[in-house]
Design a binder for this molecule. Structure first.
Ligand code: GAP
Length: 536
């Protein structure tokens, strides 16, 4: 799989374009084209349907500790600034960056890596932004240039380490930065808050300052009481939200993988503290299955439990679902979704004020120098009375938090294939799961005469209200198949001479390319079967 080919197909066929491209684009921002918008909507709709709309609250799903309820929310992107102070984002949501005085480029400290090189009596750290074979090659080229050697002398270089992170380097005077030619041009790491700041109304000072949300989760926590008071939900229950989030990433890269504007699909699942460990396990496994049910290959998809030192300030257990994207070196994986056990951190923070852990690892309200809470909570009672057990408590939270754009990118990468057909012709095919495919069926008249177009248009119109179907009468039939293969359309239906006599069409399967004859009256039910969700 080549990432360049996938990116080229996305542009050529209208899945994805760089944002504001005619002005040179804007790093970290992307636009979905006519096929891409349908694909991403299908990803979000599959998620919403499987997790919320079609959830059966009367039955106990396989392996789940009990039945549960699910409801949805759609919150504003700009919220009261105190939300981000109590959530911890104001103080803690930063990455460390380093600047290069020579190239004027900025890097995320933990994303720069390099190799130690010994030569001419000195030890230098040759840095790069890429990993794997490419990183080894790049550091070799840079080292040769730095030492004034020729490429055929590469074997004489004495490497003192493998590729390691810049975070392991203490002496920055020994570093050749990724885009520099001289030593010691990187500044010491500095904190950089990732939230986009804006100003609400006519106030341009700190008084009017607010932030674009960096996650959708907090809108759910601050509405917890509204949802409990306005519906009949009882623990265990989940609140789901899909929406835009914004992070001023230092180095957006890898196509849409790390963007500055992206969409999240998040669930905050509220349960009794004693049941939370079981729910955590169940949600991890269920969310993993969701991706494999929609076509991701388990050989490229891992469920990775975080080490204690990796856990976020709020989490007492997190697992990531990670995919082996083609832009990563073999053996490396990129996060699609995190499933976190957040305990009662969020509800307590929004009630009492920003929390920190004390020496015994207990959550306490962080105090300022004046002895008052550093960031004051709402003071609203966010506890829940559980009449099952006649107890009052802050529910514990399990949070499956997925990225809609990363999921979409993984499905695109997984789907991409190039094949040589009988006769030597090449075809590019996007093997998207039928539920995700932007077009579900393409309808062709074999030729533009003998009443075939009229019959094909009749079929198109009969399906269009319920299915995303496309009509195509342009060019040879083989070319029309190729166009639909690249768009990922699972079925092509051709009206031919036989249709006019026996009311059957050819049903051509994208992946096997096999054609069977199907009665016109059965097309709709066959399409419905194809698009039926697998239970997750
Ligand atoms: N509420 C928890 C939370 O936001 P996260 O791991 O920071 O957790 C969840 O984000 C998901 O959002 C990630 O697994 C990823 O899919 C997506 N995501 C995060 N940052 C992103 C970015 N810069 N570009 C695209 N997707 C991103």
């Amino acid at each position: 799989m080549s990432m360049d080919k996938i990116v080229a197909l996305c542009k050529r066929r209208g899945f994805l374009f760089p944002s504001s491209e005619i002005y040179g684009g804007l790093n970290g921002f992307w636009d979905y084209g006519p096929l891409g918008v349908e694909l991403k909507r299908n990803v979000k709709e599959a998620w919403w349907k499987d997790m919320v709309a079609a959830h059966d609250e009367l039955s106990q799903l396989e392996g789940a500790p009990s039945p549960f309820q699910m409801v949805g929310l759609d919150c504003s992107i700009i919220m009261h600034p105190q939300v981000w102070k109590c959530s911890g984002h104001y103080d803690l949501f930063h990455d460390f960056m380093v600047d290069c005085r020579e190239s004027k480029k900025r890097y995320r400290h933990d994303q720069v890596r390099g190799r130690w090189l010994e030569g001419k009596g000195q030890k230098v750290f040759v840095a790069t932004q890429v990993g794997g074979e490419e990183g080894l090659k790049e550091t070799e080229t840079k080292a040769l240039k730095f030492l004034g050697m020729r490429s055929k002398q590469a074997g004489e270089l004495v490497w003192a380490s493998e590729l390691v992170s810049l975070t392991t380097v203490k002496d920055f005077a020994a570093v050749i930065a990724p885009d520099a030619a001289t030593l010691g041009t990187l500044t010491e790491p500095r904190e950089f808050n990732l939230m986009f700041k804006t100003f609400v109304g006519a106030l341009s000072g700190e008084e009017g300052a607010a932030f674009l949300r960096p996650e959708t989760a907090q809108g759910i926590f601050v509405n917890f009481k509204n949802v409990v008071d306005s519906t009949r939900v009882k623990t265990p229950f989940g609140i789901a939200q899909v929406g835009k989030s914004f992070r001023n990433e230092i180095t957006p890269r890898n196509f849409t993988f790390r963007s500055r504007e992206f969409e999240q699909m998040e669930i905050e699942f509220f349960c009794h503290p004693k049941e939370s460990a079981q729910w955590y396990q169940w949600w991890r496994d269920r969310r993993y299955r969701w991706y494999t049910n929609l076509g991701l290959n388990p050989q490229r998809l891992i469920l990775r439990e975080h080490l204690p030192e990796e856990l976020s300030h709020y989490s007492c257990g997190t697992a990531d679902i990670e995919y082996g994207f083609p832009f990563l070196p073999p053996g490396e994986f990129g996060e699609l979704e995190g499933i976190a056990h957040r305990a009662d951190f969020d509800l307590r923070s929004h009630q009492e004020g920003k929390l920190v852990k004390d020496a015994e690892n207990n959550l306490i309200v962080e105090q300022g120098e004046d002895g008052k809470p550093r960031h004051k909570g709402s003071g609203k009672d966010l506890q829940y009375f559980d009449d099952r057990v006649r107890e009052r408590y802050w529910p514990h939270v399990i949070e499956p938090s997925a990225g809609a754009d990363r999921g979409t990118l993984a499905f695109l990468c997984e789907a991409f294939a190039e094949e040589t057909l009988e006769g030597g012709e090449m075809r590019t095919v996007m093997r998207l799961h039928p539920r995700l495919a932007p077009v579900k069926a393409a309808i062709f008249p074999l030729v533009n005469r003998d009443a075939m177009p009229e019959k094909a248009q009749e079929l198109y119109r009969s399906l269009k209200a319920d299915f995303a179907v496309q009509y195509d009468d342009g060019g040879a039939i083989g070319r029309r198949y190729r166009r639909q293969d690249e768009a990922g359309t699972p079925v092509c239906l051709t009206i031919d001479g036989q249709t006019l006599t026996d009311q059957t069409v050819t049903w051509r399967d994208r992946d096997s390319q096999q054609q069977v004859r199907v009665p016109l009256g059965e097309v709709e039910s066959k399409l419905r079967t194809l698009l039926k969700p697998t239970s997750a």
